[in-house]
Design a protein around this ligand. Structure first.
Ligand SMILES: Nc1nc2c(ncn2[C@@H]2O[C@H](COP(=O)(O)OP(=O)(O)OP(=O)(O)O)[C@@H](O)[C@H]2O)c(=O)[nH]1
Ligand SMILES: [Mg+2]
Length: 448
């Protein structure tokens, strides 16, 4: 089936079925909405002067980005083609983050400094009709958040969530030793994207004087990467150089093809879009499911508590019905004839019901009051304290997801009352199970 049709189908399923569930359980739908609403994205990040902008220009066959030795560009530039009714030109950051047509509104939460270091360039190019490329400021060693004026790794993380492919560039001079690169690889990327969406590149290899020099740089990068990612295997690292600016070197012929393979990989990123969307939906739906499951367990035990209370109340109320007048008679001498003695004597009158019925109703009222004012708040408090007991976790993936969402469950519980216990969470659990087990699987099978 055509990928656009599948994407439209997924979009309407998510908007019609998943968003209302997300909202019900206090999840934001902004992340999913962002990836659903726009085109595929390739994000290029890496050391300053590693050749990011050179690669962009080469890919597009035009000098779109400024290049140069030393940190040249400290802005995020989103490059894509103009829409049907638009012209080539530039959209400044402040406009971009306020325009709902684009998936960058989440960047509003950062300081104005980011908006002034963000722009979109609209460039007519067939390659960009269904693709956007983000060129980013080079990663540096010495800056702090204060220096940049915004939380750089966090912005990279937010853009990485949107991106279908992330090209992470190094150069032989600084093979994985830059501090911001370290933070990004160690912390930011694992939280924002899957390993399969990252492409590692060592560019400017023509600057290695000879093959042993290249091997040393490659080895250093591999070692640094293994320290940063904690992975035991070495991911594929594209060894490339820009033919246009490369120095002449004898050994380059061997690697000339890698640049083309890298470019093809970047241009094919749009093909990864559906997989990315499905993966994000699955992750979000999985987290939502854990919350609904916890609320279902909360509801089930709460209803069990209600049942037990009702049972106890009925026993107590019946005891009060039959025994209250007997107790009163023993204590005060009144009434002269109790309900039971009149019943067995066959002289039952309506006034014999007064005390029993009063006792019965009083117990019902007291019990209702006790349940609402004491038992329910105590039960909710206990659930908040032992929130882990509400989870039903099948594997380590779910255990990790639970850690991310359990605060959400606590906050739902803290704001809950008896209505939350009676709410049919089980029905929502069936809905989310249907989305995860049937609908998403159907879409995955259409991709194959
Ligand atoms: N020899 C050689 N020089 C390159 C290569 N790629 C880029 N350069 C040069 O390296 C310098 C930095 O390239 P840029 O493309 O500006 O690097 P960047 O990663 O965008 O840098 P920032 O925007 O500052 O982070 C420029 O002078 C490029 O001409 C290459 O493969 N070989
Ligand atoms: Mg640049």
């Amino acid at each position: 089936m055509d990928e656009n049709i599948i994407q439209e189908d997924i979009k309407s399923m998510v908007r019609e079925e998943l968003f209302s569930l997300l909202e019900r359980y206090n999840f934001s739908s902004e992340n999913l909405e962002s990836i659903l609403k726009w085109k595929p994205i390739v994000l290029i990040i890496g050391n300053y002067s590693s050749g990011k902008s050179t690669l962009v220009n080469e890919l597009l066959g035009k000098e779109i980005q400024r290049t140069g030795q030393a940190p040249t560009d400290d802005s995020f530039t989103i490059i894509t083609s103009p829409g049907h009714d638009e012209n080539e030109g530039e959209i400044p950051g402040p406009t971009l983050i306020n325009d709902n047509r684009y998936p960058f509104t989440a960047l509003k939460t950062y300081s104005e400094r980011l908006a002034s270091h963000l722009r979109m360039k609209l460039v007519k190019s067939r390659l960009l009709e269904n693709l956007a490329i983000i060129d980013s400021p080079g990663m540096l060693d010495s800056v702090t958040e204060k220096g940049r004026g915004y939380d750089f790794p966090k912005v990279i993380g937010d853009l990485a969530k949107l991106a279908d492919l992330i090209v992470l560039m190094f150069d032989p001079h600084k093979a994985g030793t830059i501090k911001e690169t370290y933070t990004t690889i160690r912390n930011t990327l694992p939280e924002s994207t899957g390993e399969d969406r990252i492409v590692f590149v060592m560019s400017r290899i023509d600057e290695c004087d000879n093959l042993p020099d290249l091997v040393r740089s490659y080895g250093t990068l591999c070692w640094n990467l293994s320290q940063m990612t904690g992975r035991k295997d070495i991911p594929r690292i594209y060894l490339t150089f820009s033919v246009d600016v490369a120095r002449n070197s004898l050994f380059l012929d061997e690697w000339i093809d890698e640049r083309n393979q890298l470019k093809v990989k970047m241009l094919e990123a749009s093909g990864l879009r559906l997989n990315h969307i499905l993966h994000d939906i699955e992750k979000q739906a999985g987290e939502l499911r854990l919350v609904i499951q916890a609320m279902t367990n909360f509801s089930r035990s709460g209803l069990q508590l209600l049942k037990n209370t009702i049972k106890g109340t009925i026993v107590l109320a019946l005891s009060a019905f039959f025994l209250l007048d007997i107790i009163c008679q023993n204590l005060t001498g009144l009434p002269e004839n109790t309900f039971l003695s009149s019943f067995f004597a066959g002289s039952l009158k309506h006034f014999h019901f007064y005390l029993p019925v009063t006792g019965f109703i009083s117990i019902l009222l007291l019990s209702g009051f006790f349940f609402a004012k004491w038992q329910i708040p105590r039960y909710i408090k206990k659930c908040c304290k032992n929130v882990d007991q509400l989870a039903t976790l099948k594997n380590t993936y779910e255990e990790d997801s639970w850690e991310r969402v359990k605060d959400k469950v606590v906050s739902l519980l803290e704001n809950s009352d008896f209505n939350e216990i009676r709410f049919p969470h089980k029905e929502n659990l069936n809905l989310i199970d249907n989305i995860i087990n049937n609908k998403l699987q159907k879409y995955y099978s259409q991709l194959k």
